[in-house]
Write a protein that binds this ligand. Structure first.
Ligand code: NI
Length: 176
C-alpha cells in the first residue's frame, strides 16, 4: 500500500527510531511492502520507515538503470534492518542529495566515501557489504533518518542548497 511520506517540519522525522525485535513477521513484511510501494510510486532511491511514520530501524534502497535518470549509478535493491555502519577510512566526499521528505530541493552533503554496512533483511538473514560512492551515500542518507537527521542538517555550505528546478533546470533527479 502506498503510504504518505512525512515532510520536513513534522516532528516525527526528528525522532530516534527503535530496533526491530522480531523478523519474518506479517507486520514486518507488510511494513517493507508498503515502503517498497511508496518508494516505487515516488521513483525514489531509498526510504526509511520513519518517513512513513513508523519509528523502526528499517530502510530500503536501490536504483535500477532508468532512462529518466541517465546519470544515476545502479545500487542493488536492498532491505536493511537494524543497520550498523562502519566507515572504511576517513575519506569524505561531497555530493548532491535530495530527499522524499524535502521535495523539490537539493543540497551538497559531505559523506564517508567508503563504508561497511551490516544488518538484516525482513526474514532475519544477515546483510554485510562494503561499498563506496553513491551506494555508500544512499546508505548514510537513509540511516540518518533512523536517528532523526535530515540531509539539510548536514549541509556545510548553505549556498549549495536550493530548488531542483533552479539548480538543475530541465533535469529529473532521484530523491532519497
Ligand atoms: Ni531522505
Amino acid at each position: 500500500m502506498i503510504r504518505e511520506v512525512l515532510k520536513m517540519g513534522d516532528p516525527r522525522l526528528l525522532e530516534k527510531s527503535r530496533p526491530v525485535e522480531a523478523f519474518g513477521t506479517p507486520q514486518l513484511r507488510e511494513l517493507i511492502a508498503d515502503m517498497r510501494d511508496t518508494m516505487a510510486h515516488l521513483d525514489g532511491a531509498g526510504l526509511a520507515a520513519p518517513q512513513i511514520g513508523v519509528p523502526l530501524r528499517a530502510v530500503i534502497f536501490g536504483v535500477t538503470r532508468n532512462p529518466r535518470y541517465p546519470d544515476a549509478e545502479e545500487v542493488p535493491h536492498t532491505v536493511l534492518i537494524n543497520p550498523v555502519i562502519t566507515p572504511l577510512g576517513d575519506e569524505a566526499e561531497e555530493g548532491w542529495e535530495g530527499c522524499l521528505s524535502v521535495p523539490g530541493m537539493r543540497g551538497v552533503v559531505p559523506r564517508f566515501k567508503r563504508l561497511r554496512y551490516r544488518g538484516f533483511d525482513e526474514s532475519g538473514d544477515p546483510v554485510d557489504r562494503s561499498v563506496e560512492g553513491f551506494h555508500a551515500r544512499v546508505v548514510q542518507h537513509e540511516c540518518d533518518h533512523l536517528d532523526g537527521i535530515l540531509y539539510p542538517m548536514r549541509i556545510r555550505d548553505m549556498s549549495k542548497f536550493g530548488f531542483v528546478e533552479v539548480l538543475f533546470p530541465g533535469q529529473e533527479l532521484i530523491d532519497e
